[in-house]
Design a protein around this ligand. Structure first.
Ligand code: C5P
Length: 230
């Protein structure tokens, strides 16, 4: 799996994805989320792979263990590199997900969403009724993910230092909420630059609008890639 910045392909059709990818003449690491996958399906995965790109299929599965396990078995027939589930589904669900995703392809990595970055401490405590800090809740879910045998988690870059301390450097920490210093923050609440994310311990960064909505996507990507890999 490449260590390149993961570009979030938040588009709604194969045509827009192709138009975007046509600008790049190098192997990329891209993220296909549920908006795109539900409208384009496995056909899109094949066409992105044919271009030689790595794919993070970000479907955030969360259901009973059997359903998630069987779904992962199906997804393991697709040529993807990284998939995910919600840690809130529990250890048994994560274990079945892992078993399922390895069925047809042992190389696919699987990570867990801890707490969504849109969840505030007030929502955590008042709606989910989890009476801890966000950091403690994230660490708990990350520890469960590791215990279940998963490869890592999706988290905020601001939580990676804590996770690194408790779970080590090789446990994947895939972090959205990345903004170059000169880019618009949009609806992200807590953001870091690629350099800061790297310093804090992200193993992979996910970047969407600063590249996809840029006037010059190629130049914006190159700049982010340089600061991430430097
Ligand atoms: O455009 P932007 O860089 O904000 O895109 C970030 C991407 O990461 C989006 O696809 C968003 O759905 C995803 N994401 C996120 N926060 C999470 C999990 C996923 O922003 N906690």
């Amino acid at each position: 799996m490449k260590t390149l910045p993961i570009i979030a392909l938040d588009f709604d059709s194969i045509e827009s994805v192709n138009q975007f990818l046509d600008q790049f003449d190098e192997p990329l690491f891209v993220k296909v989320g549920m908006e795109l996958f539900y409208q384009t399906g496995p056909q899109l995965i094949e066409s992105i792979k044919a271009r030689g790109h790595d794919i993070f299929l970000d479907l955030k599965l969360h259901d009973i263990p059997n359903t998630v396990g069987k779904t992962m078995e199906g997804l393991s027939k697709l040529d993807v590199d990284l998939v995910n589930v919600h840690a809130a589904g529990g250890t048994a669900m994560m274990e079945r997900a892992l078993e399922g995703i390895k069925k047809h392809n042992k190389d696919i990595k699987i990570i867990a969403v801890t707490q969504l970055t849109s969840t505030t401490e007030a929502v955590l405590q008042q709606e989910q009724n989890i009476q801890t800090t966000i950091d403690e809740a994230v660490l708990n879910y990350a520890q469960l993910a590791k215990k279940a045998g998963l490869d890592g988690v999706v988290c905020s870059p601001l939580e990676t230092a804590l996770l690194k301390e408790h779970l080590g450097t090789s446990f994947l920490k895939v972090t959205p909420g990345i903004r170059p210093a000169d880019a618009a923050v949009n609806d992200q609440k807590r953001v870091t630059t690629p350099e800061q994310a790297k310093e804090m311990g992200s193993t992979h960064i996910v970047v969407g609008r600063p590249i996809t909505q840029s006037d010059d996507p190629l130049a914006s990507y190159q700049k982010i890639k340089e600061s991430w890999l430097s």
